[in-house]
Write a protein that binds this ligand. Structure first.
Ligand SMILES: Cc1cc2nc3c(=O)[nH]c(=O)nc-3n(C[C@H](O)[C@H](O)[C@H](O)COP(=O)(O)OP(=O)(O)OC[C@H]3O[C@@H](n4cnc5c(N)ncnc54)[C@H](O)[C@@H]3O)c2cc1C
Length: 717
């Protein structure tokens, strides 16, 4: 909490004894209703405050400034005009507004002369007053006096200072998306003293309540289920996931979480070894350093690797490079685009919203909601043009909503979700010893060093038309289940760097499937566990592979791997909805292979309640008569669609048992349904007409002879 004073370096300018400068950093303000935006810091030089009020002016940001002396000071404000017609703000010094209206003028970031104030006191208060709630931005205020009275060159920042403190850990994870959280927790639970450094005040990255992306894909490891968010795209009431995730991490004794710390550089021990990462502590406006023998880049953008000199790629590979049929003939700089997913709600009162200046950017769209396909920047540079990409999306949204609000039917509609944070799908990918590509998916390569599985389609996006440049389409060819090798999660030329998340080693097409959050989070689990093994053995990430330690890594991760079956499931026998022996009666729908796993695809009933016959009857693969555990699995989607009461009938040797199974809370994992005396020929029937909820799911069942069934339940999804 910035209670008082803060600020500011008083700088006696060299060679000009009478000149002085006092800088007031954006991160030194008490933000009020403004938000601190650090996304584009590496592009425009510093954090900045943004008045993201969705059309309602936000409460003031204030800072108390200690000037070296009273008297006349010139005030400079670093800002820009992001669009003509909106984004204006005033700056007040001790309650007196400076003459200019800021945010109107130059489109480029720069210092605007606010005129001279007369400070009767050494302590003055600076106030930023938003005028329209439409994303005014201020990257700091500077007071100057004396000869020249020039503002700073470029942005003001403290990142050129030496760290005020260096903290030492065994493993430092940078980036707190779900993959980064998994890496940090996996290592911490393996006994590693770990730091997780995250630039936002919440964890979760794209899956956080700030951006609201649904966590899809195979979970495989229980830790992924613990760390993921449990909501559908954009769902409004999702704050619980963030709070819950943070609380879980803070309870880990070996883990320290550093929120609101933006990592901006590295200290190299030598050309191939990172010694520490440097972060801007946004709460205290200090530089902090985090030293460790091992690091994990989970920033999505591959920042740590980039600063450390790791090999990286950006854009699409040529089809010939990796034999990819979905790649273009010639390599280019196209990526998947970035999005701002937005939504309006109907309130009980009139809710005015008008943004005529944005309407031309809506390209004729008149909408009250947007989804994943409000996507832009596929052919633009996610780094150099990041702010412009975000702003283009905001303009499209404000314009389309402004158009929709002209319809009286929408007069109670209020824009509720529209993050200022850009949801990125792809940017830099760091290169490892294996570059994961299309053929690994389509040929289902059985990597002996597999550490993760996926089954999401190769999900690539394309612009539809230049006439509406912010709407895209996707192609999602499905290729079943695939494996991702350990060699894709460490850098090939920075010796102590792991990757977790979308910056893992892959091609553009190779990223298409694994890029869903649950699958990327498996990479996090593997990186964390591997870090623990490196520290125990004194091996590097690559050394672990070269010394044949990946089998041991797989054992520690749990579950089945190519050539390394899960000992806990050796005597399981499976019955599946798609194995040909299962008989469906009534109306059922096959579904995509997104949440695959041992039992791959799945089937679901028509929406419940169902009248008439709607059953699926499985032939249970019982080899010898006796006591068996019956295990069941349904895919994990979002719980709301599953049946809390799924009616089951087990029939064997003339005896039938009926019972209810809860698919609502039991989805995603193999669950024990009960113990039964079963003989060859036993069947299991699930009956939609007797079930309740939204849909009844038919996926996989397994029988396990009880004498061998004491082993733990397997950890695959
Ligand atoms: C609109 C949209 C829809 C999508 N739909 C789906 C979907 O339906 N299901 C699905 O599973 N996936 C979906 N994806 C893909 C998925 O969100 C990403 O692939 C995934 O979130 C990548 O995870 P990550 O941890 O690598 O990156 P992120 O989730 O972005 O997490 C990275 C974290 O690192 C932090 N960070 C970055 N730089 C620094 C730094 N320098 N210092 C400190 N911290 C830093 C960021 O703030 C962020 O919190 C979608 C993506 C988008 C944008």
């Amino acid at each position: 909490m910035k209670k008082f004073a803060v600020l500011a370096a008083a700088v006696a300018l060299a060679g000009a004894a009478v000149a002085a400068r006092v800088d007031v950093y954006a991160q030194s303000f008490r933000a009020g209703g403004w938000k601190l935006d650090v996304q584009f810091m590496d592009q425009m030089g510093s954090p900045y405050l943004i008045a993201h009020g969705l059309g309602s002016p936000v409460p003031d940001a204030t800072a108390d400034v200690a000037l070296p002396e009273r008297g006349e000071w010139r005030v400079w404000v670093r800002t820009r005009e992001w669009v003509k017609g909106a984004g204006a703000f005033r700056v007040l010094v001790d309650g007196e507004p400076l003459r200019p209206t800021f945010g109107a003028g130059d489109a480029a970031w720069g210092w605007v002369d606010g005129g001279v104030v007369s400070a009767s006191n050494r302590h003055v208060r600076v106030t930023l007053r938003d005028l329209d709630g439409f994303d005014a931005r201020c990257a700091g205020v500077t007071f100057t006096r004396g000869e020249g009275e020039t503002p700073p060159e470029g942005a003001i920042n403290v990142t050129d200072r030496e760290p005020s403190k260096t903290r030492s850990f065994d493993f430092v994870v940078v980036g707190g998306g779900v993959p980064g959280c998994c890496a940090a927790v996996a290592a911490a639970r393996a006994g590693v003293k770990t730091a997780l450094v995250q630039d936002r005040p919440v964890l979760g990255g794209n899956a956080s309540g700030e951006i609201r992306v649904w966590c899809a894909g195979e979970m495989r490891y229980p830790l992924v289920a613990e760390m993921r968010s449990n909501f559908m795209n954009m769902l409004y009431e999702n704050a619980f996931s963030d709070a819950d995730r943070l609380a879980k991490l803070q309870r880990e004794p070996n883990l320290t979480v550093f929120l609101s710390h933006r990592v901006f550089g590295v200290d190299m021990k030598n050309a191939k070894t990172i010694g520490a990462v440097r972060a801007l502590d946004l709460e205290n406006n200090r530089v902090a350093a985090f030293a460790a023998p091992l690091f994990c880049d989970a920033t999505g953008d591959g920042w740590v690797g980039f600063w450390a000199g790791a090999d990286w790629r950006y854009g699409r590979e040529a089809s010939g490079e990796y034999g990819e049929t979905y790649a273009p003939k010639t390599a280019d700089k196209m990526t998947l685009g970035a999005s701002v997913m937005w939504e309006s709600h109907v309130s009980t009162y009139d809710s005015p919203f008008s943004a005529p200046w944005a309407e031309p950017y809506a390209c004729g769209q008149s909408r009250v909601n947007g989804d994943w396909n409000w996507e832009y920047g596929l052919d633009r540079d996610m780094f150099k043009e990041g702010e412009a990409i975000r702003d283009r999306l905001l303009l499209a949204i404000y314009g389309a909503f402004s158009n929709a609000k002209k319809d009286p039917a929408n007069r109670h509609r209020r824009l509720v979700t529209c993050p200022f944070l850009l949801g990125k799908r792809e940017s830099r990918r760091l290169m490892g010893d294996w570059v994961y590509s299309e053929k690994d998916v389509t040929e289902h390569r059985q990597f002996e060093d597999a550490v993760a599985t996926g089954s999401w389609s190769i999900d690539l996006h394309y612009t539809i038309t230049n006439a509406v440049p912010f709407l895209t389409r996707c192609e999602q060819p499905m290729h079943g289940r695939y494996w991702i090798p350990y060699r894709s999660i460490y850098s090939r030329n920075v010796g102590n760097l792991f990757m977790a998340g979308r910056c893992f080693s892959c091609t553009h097409v190779g990223l298409g499937g694994p890029r869903v959050i649950n699958t990327l989070s498996q990479l996090g689990c593997a990186a964390g566990e591997a870090a623990a093994m490196c520290l125990e053995s004194g091996l590097t990430p690559r050394g672990l592979f070269e010394k044949g330690k990946v089998r041991e890594l797989q054992r520690r991760l749990g579950g089945d791997f190519p050539g390394n079956p899960d000992p806990a499931t050796l005597d399981w026998a499976y019955a599946d909805d798609e194995d040909g022996a299962t008989v469906f009666a009534g109306s059922w729908s096959r579904h995509m292979l997104h949440n695959g796993g041992q039992c791959g695809d799945w089937t679901h009933s028509v929406e419940l309640p169902v009248k008439g016959v709607c059953t699926a009857t499985y032939k249970l693969p019982v080899k010898t008569p006796g006591r068996h555990k019956l295990m069941g699995r349904v895919p994990h989607l979002f719980n709301e669609v599953h049946a809390p009461v799924a009616a089951l009938t087990v029939a064997s040797g003339g005896k039938t048992t009926t019972l209810d199974w809860d698919q609502y809370t039991q989805s995603g994992w193999w669950r024990e349904i009960g113990e039964f005396d079963l003989a060859p020929g036993a069947t299991l029937t699930i009956d939609a007409a007797k079930s309740s909820g939204k849909y009844l799911y038919a996926d996989g069942f397994a029988v396990v002879p009880v004498k061998n069934a004491q082993a733990a339940e397997p950890s695959h999804d």
